[in-house]
Design a binder for this molecule. Structure first.
Ligand SMILES: [Fe+2]
Ligand SMILES: [Fe+2]
Length: 325
């Protein structure tokens, strides 16, 4: 279906965006999954060859002082990381993504929301509730296996996003929420795709696969909605959005230093090794490299919406090192 909208600062634009989650009724995990997300009975055997979390994502496990401690410690650190990731996901889905989705559903963005876009947002909201449910279920089981008690109520990233949102002027607050959702939803699909590549404990792998399939739909949807909104924004909103997007993207690639330090100390890693690991992960260069490789879908969506057609935005993102000239 082709629709034409007239945006305040653009010529009439013709497009054929769909604003749907496609075959959600027959594909969404909340509608079709048959998994019980219980840890497998042969867990110990699986851990001979499989991982809790892809080692490629946890380069710090290659540090000689950590490697020297052997497989049990490596499994423990990977389990810590997975539980942290799942706890973070549970909070993110409810408190960040679904809050962002509410701005679409309940007319907070003060733009016309086509009925199909609203229906898809209601479906997406349901998906995220289910993702929180299965993420929490596995986190509890794995924390039980290892007696993991270090489970921050508020992961660093969520605190940073909340602070950013609290500091946003009221008139831009709903838009800011939407933009946080947009960045989160366009980043997560790549994140899950990478995480799914290795041989993981079977129920963890199945859960991540289902989440990934849903997120591929979400990423497309949020990109389309961003495009739609971008065309309706006036120049003040666009300037605000450009700066905020940069801040949001940066936050998504920061490391939770405090948690990681505790996780490493808790596994008996010495101070020198901990300092070395953190120094490497938290350098501005390392953060930028992670952002450049992880925010591809977000940057692509911005480009498609015409965001970089404005020289100011192009300069801003080039200066930040996120795009090349
Ligand atoms: Fe999700
Ligand atoms: Fe999602």
């Amino acid at each position: 279906m082709t629709a034409a909208i007239i945006a305040p600062s653009d010529r009439p634009v013709s497009w054929s965006l769909r604003f749907t989650l496609g075959d959600w009724n027959t594909r969404a995990s909340v509608r079709t999954s048959e998994h019980d997300y219980l840890l497998p009975p042969d867990l110990e055997q699986q851990l001979e060859t499989r991982h809790w979390f892809p080692p490629g994502f946890l380069a710090y496990l290659n540090h000689p002082a950590i490697e020297a401690l052997g497989k049990t410690v490596i499994h423990r650190l990977s389990a810590n990381h997975l539980v942290y990731f799942l706890d973070y996901t549970t909070v993110l889905e409810h408190r960040i993504v679904n809050r962002a989705v509410e701005t679409i559903i309940h007319g907070e963005l003060k733009v016309n929301i086509p009925p199909r876009m609203k229906t898809a947002a209601l479906q997406l909201y349901t998906d995220e509730g289910y993702h929180a449910l299965f993420s929490n279920s596995l986190a509890e089981q794995i924390a039980g296996v290892y007696g993991i008690s270090l489970r921050p109520v508020m992961p660093h990233r969520i605190t940073r996003l909340n602070t950013l949102l609290e500091r946003t002027p009221d008139k831009h607050r709903a838009l800011a929420w939407f933009l946080v959702g947009f960045v989160s939803e366009t980043i997560i699909a790549k994140e899950l795709l990478d995480v799914c590549r290795d041989d993981l404990v079977s129920s963890v792998q199945a859960m991540l696969r289902e989440h990934l399939a849903d997120e591929a739909r979400h990423s497309r949807y949020f990109s389309e909605v961003f495009h739609y909104l971008w065309l309706t924004m006036n120049s003040r909103q666009r300037t605000f959005a450009a700066r905020l997007l940069l801040d949001i993207i940066r936050i998504f690639f920061e490391v939770d230093e405090r948690w990681l330090r505790e996780s490493l100390y808790g596994a008996g890693i010495g101070e020198t090794a901990v300092t070395e690991v953190l120094g490497e992960l938290t350098s501005p260069q390392a953060t930028l490299l992670r952002a450049r490789s992880g925010a591809g879908a977000t940057l692509q969506a911005l480009k498609k919406a015409g965001f970089f057609d404005l020289p100011y935005n192009q300069q801003l993102f080039m200066k930040a090192g996120l795009i090349d000239g």
